[in-house]
Design a binder for this molecule. Sequence first.
Ligand code: FES
Length: 156
Amino acid sequence: MKLTAQQLKNKIKPILGKNHNDPAMLVSILQDTQTELGYLPRKALAEIHKELNIPLTQVYGVATFFKAFSLEPRGRHQIQVCMGTACHVRGAEKILDTVERELGIMPGENDKDLRFSLETVNCVGACALGPIVIVDGDYAGEMKIDKVKPLLKNYK
Ligand code: FES
């Protein structure tokens, strides 16, 4: 859903208020904005820059520094396929192929309904359970090709 400039202002204002309009709270402001809007639209960053009277480069600097922030719309569910060495030797490539085929997207993309975003990660510290797929922070270990579809079905 695309917001008008006024609707966007109406969403940002209470977030700034909650954070005392304090530029030192920029990370928290960006977190709250992303929670509210699902991502950080460029217009929202411009609004924050204007309202807090801080340089736009500073707002972008923080928004692009943390991996948790996204300047693009993201799916409702985040899928990560581990491609670290241990998962790789246990067949992570085939799992990733299957996820890509099921969703019709490549890592770094969202599906067309914005249900899923897909990315690859390198070793999440659970190598013994590889290959691993993580959905919204939940680990699915010892993945097999035929487990991919049922796993994705759990997420609407
Ligand atoms: S390589 Fe996948 S968890 Fe370590």
